[in-house]
Design a protein around this ligand. Structure first.
Ligand code: ADP
Length: 274
């Protein structure tokens, strides 16, 4: 008889996590695991705690109850620099205090790896160049970050994260302001990071259709709890989604991609019975 294949050790282990802001509980008793090198997407209605969960995983918000471990170490035991060597975090919007060039922004990704004097070496410059080439922003290297389009800016911040050489990249709605071509470009980049470099990706996204095509694991959050967790084809169940989002939906398998496709139904098409 063949032995069962061993369960992979999780990269992130969240156990009974509850947190919120003051008396306002946002996340209640969340337990889940994220495996190394996986593409993990967090979805759910507005205000259900997706960003709060991502910030907890990035070590930027502290759980009020429960624990988060990274590779078996409590996140609270890791200082900022050692955390930044493991995890790159891309928030919804990045404000830059100074007008920097693209190359200077990407080089900032090396900060957690620099010595006490904080001086870049040749190898750091080479890594920045390589990260810019990977994300297709090398031709923009000497442009000011302020002069770029939304799609270009997004790729520059992804380039900075790649240059950081983390084990996981955490992104908060990176495609929400992008047109269709740029959305797919960002998702393809994340897939290549996973496939070619073994980097894990955790992404908050409202786009269930992109999630269906790219995620290994989809985590649906509703009212601060995990409503469903698993392969997108299991999570994207019509009745469940209608309950969570509170609107009628049409769910079908795309003949092109084979992934599930979710569409809201306009009120005028609902008919008298609703
Ligand atoms: P989501 O990402 O799912 O939209 P968030 O995690 O941003 O949800 O927010 C969850 C809830 O926490 C919301 O009700 C929001 O108003 C509240 N919240 C988020 N950030 C703060 C904050 N800094 N202070 C107080 N309340 C907050």
């Amino acid at each position: 008889m063949m032995a069962d294949s061993p369960t992979p050790t999780p990269y992130f282990s969240i156990t009974h996590l509850s947190t919120g802001y003051g008396d306002h509980t946002v996340l209640s008793d969340i337990s889940l695991a994220v495996h190394p090198g996986s593409f993990f997407i967090i979805a759910g209605p507005n205000g259900t705690g997706k960003t709060t969960l991502l910030r907890c995983l990035a070590g930027l918000s502290r759980p009020q109850k429960g624990t988060i471990q990274i590779n078996g170490t409590l996140i609270s035991k890791l200082n900022r620099k050692s955390l930044a060597r493991r995890i790159a975090f891309l928030p919804q919007s990045v404000e830059m205090a100074f007008s920097l060039t693209v190359c200077e922004v990407v080089l900032m990704g090396r900060s957690p790896h620099l010595g006490i004097l904080g001086v870049h070496k040749e190898a750091d410059l080479a890594l920045a160049e390589e990260a810019m080439a990977f994300t297709d922003v090398l031709p923009l290297a000497h442009r000011s970050i302020d002069s770029l389009s939304g799609g270009e800016r997004q790729r520059v911040f992804i380039s900075r994260a790649v240059c950081q050489q983390p084990e996981f990249i955490l992104l908060d709605e990176p495609t929400s302001a992008l047109d269709l071509a740029h959305q797919v470009r960002v998702m393809d980049l994340m897939e290549r990071l996973k496939e070619e470099r073994g980097m894990g990706v955790i992404m908050v996204s409202h786009d269930l259709n992109l999630a269906a095509m790219y995620a290994d694991t989809l985590c649906l959050i509703h009212q601060g709890e995990v409503a469903a967790l698993g392969a997108p084809s299991d999570v994207l169940e019509k009745k469940r989604l209608e309950d969570v989002y509170g609107c009628p939906l049409f769910v079908e398998k795309s003949p092109v991609t084979g992934a599930l496709h979710v569409m809201p139904i306009p009120a005028r098409l609902k008919g008298p019975s609703g």
